[in-house]
Design a protein. Structure first.
Length: 108
């Protein structure tokens, strides 16, 4: 799977579980090292730009965890960690009107 494929997969999962009318979807994720999932915060901006939060179903969270773990592995497989341990936190932002995604990975 390519880098772009992983981005699209993550975007589709987050978009599909976000609330109708959202202008921006924001997911803050911390993945656990033991492959047992992660901790998530799901926020969004509504059509008026007002912040709120949402709670996706367990299937969406499981799919997102798997996709983010694959994204982590891509960094390892393609020597993108700059000699550091692979990232364990990220922020995914989807701009719905522009149909764009950004993923900011964070190292501890």
């Amino acid at each position: 799977m390519t880098y772009e494929d992983l981005y699209r997969r993550i975007a589709m999962i987050v978009f599909s579980c976000g609330p109708q009318g959202a202008r921006e979807l924001i997911v803050k994720a911390e993945l656990f090292a033991d492959d047992e999932g992660g901790e998530y915060q799901f926020d969004y901006l509504d059509e008026n730009g007002e912040p709120d939060w949402f709670e996706p179903d367990a299937q969406a969270i499981g799919d997102l965890t798997e996709a983010l773990k694959d994204f982590q592995q891509y960094f390892v497989d393609h020597d993108m960690t700059e000699g550091k341990p692979v990232w364990n936190k990220c922020v995914v932002v989807i701009n719905v009107p522009e149909e764009s995604i950004s993923i900011d990975v964070q190292y501890d």
